[in-house]
Write a protein that binds this ligand. Structure first.
Ligand SMILES: Nc1nc2c(ncn2[C@@H]2O[C@H](COP(=O)(O)OP(=O)(O)OP(=O)(O)O)[C@@H](O)[C@H]2O)c(=O)[nH]1
Ligand SMILES: [Mg+2]
Length: 398
């Protein structure tokens, strides 16, 4: 699973990415600071089931802090996108190709309306952030339609001659964009297209199809960034205007400052917290104290910096992921080496038990007999849908 951080230049994508990953990719107040994609790992929070057992866990892939598991999520920060990117404007094509593997897009906008479409700073309120939500979708659609349209007529005619399923044909055209076949089936059902004759589809019909495929397969969420320069009322109003794309107000700069200050042991702060505390006020310089005071006011007004909330809304609500815990002993919740709840895995909600088995190891999936619920100790069939926080033992033939 990978989340793409996208948007026009100079809105704070890299700042948000650095805050989530604690990496150090360049950030600057001008467009095209980022010229190549950066990949990193953030984390989302879930309550750790070890608290139900009253014993500590032995986390492997996802650390556990005070009963909260921080489950890793891959992120990619890409260069800013400008209108016309699908035709190669800005860093267009290269950028779009770097997003092929992304399962969803976290679009960062300058909610204060102080950045032009090309990423040049402008007076606050002079630009409408709703515009960039619209044209970014249009760019992504145009790019998808272009990928779909490559060699379309010739291959459509050969499909018509040789026979074959139209959804598989569309799926094959979009290979590499990691779009599940089910999403294409769903999109095709929503369109009155002549399924037997794709060669007769017009360009406009292909663009409409691409738009539906994207809306199903690549959910978006808007991070209304630079919220330190806006008000809750104007952000709420923006949210209604970009509906149905959901919005979370963020202040990436504040989150980055807090996480770095926490790393340097200057403050106690956990990502997503509504507050922080200076560890040793006497150790702070006057500018540091002023910066922290400003951040305290932002937290007071917004409840949090919103950065962690935005990633979690993306992963849990938009991408409908849940965290599950495969174990080998369903009573003690341990693996073969006695480690308690070693793995916390993100999987799509309602993943069948056998799907989790495959995720752990192909052999486990292929030799699946049944799964056992670690709480009720009941057996689950292969197609039993898993729910959030499930502790599951997979029983397989050896
Ligand atoms: N006021 C305010 N400024 C911010 C915030 N987040 C980022 N910035 C500033 O916005 C400018 C651009 O930040 P970047 O993270 O480099 O933006 P980007 O979207 O990655 O830009 P490109 O890579 O050029 O596309 C920097 O000067 C940041 O300090 C925020 O929440 N509030
Ligand atoms: Mg950048």
């Amino acid at each position: 699973m990978e989340v793409g951080v996208v948007g026009k230049p100079n809105v704070g994508k890299s700042t948000l990415f650095n805050a989530l990953t604690l990496l150090d990719v360049p950030m600057a107040p001008y467009p095209f600071t980022t010229i190549a994609p950066h990949r990193g790992v953030g984390a989302v929070r879930v309550p750790c089931p070890h608290t139900e057992k009253g014993t500590a866990c032995t986390p492997g892939n996802a650390r556990c802090v005070d009963g909260t598991r921080w489950v890793p999520v891959s992120l990619v920060d890409v260069p800013g996108l400008v209108p016309g990117a699908h035709e190669g404007k800005g860093l267009g094509h290269q950028f779009l190709d770097d997003l092929r593997a992304a399962d969803g897009f976290l679009q960062v906008v300058d909610a204060s309306g102080g950045t032009t479409a090309e990423g040049v700073l402008a007076p606050a309120g002079s630009q409408d952030p709703a515009d960039e939500v619209r044209w970014l979708e249009d760019e992504l659609v145009a790019w998808t339609a272009e990928v779909l349209g490559r060699d379309f007529d010739r291959s459509a005619r050969s499909l018509e001659l040789e026979g074959g399923k139209v959804e598989e044909f569309v799926h094959a055209r979009l290979t590499g964009l990691s779009i599940p076949l089910a999403a294409i089936q769903q999109a095709l059902r929503a369109h009155p297209l002549d399924r037997a004759h794709p060669s007769a589809w017009t360009r406009e019909e292909r663009v409409r199809l691409a738009r539906t495929v994207l809306s199903i397969a690549k959910p978006r969420l808007v991070a209304a960034n630079k919220c330190d320069r806006t008000t809750p009322a104007s952000t709420a109003e923006l949210a209604t205007r970009i509906d149905p794309v959901p919005l979370v107000p963020t202040c990436a700069e504040a989150e980055l400052t807090l996480r770095r200050a926490a790393r340097a042991q200057l403050v106690s702060y956990r990502p997503g917290d509504p507050a922080f505390a200076e560890r040793d006020p006497a150790a702070l310089s006057a500018p540091q104290r002023r910066a922290l005071e400003e951040i305290r006011q932002i937290l007071g007004r917004w409840g949090s910096t919103g950065v962690q909330a935005a990633l979690e809304a993306m992963v849990f609500e938009r991408l409908r992921q849940i965290v599950v815990y495969p174990v080998e002993d369903e009573t003690r919740w341990t693996d073969s080496r006695g480690r308690i709840l070693p793995d916390a895995l993100l999987v799509p909600a309602d993943t069948p038990a056998r799907g989790l088995a495959y995720r752990v190891h192909t052999d486990l999936g292929e030799n699946f007999i049944r799964a056992i619920d670690g709480r009720t100790h009941r057996a689950m069939a292969a197609d039993h849908p898993l729910t959030a926080g499930a502790v599951v033992r997979i029983v397989a033939r050896r």
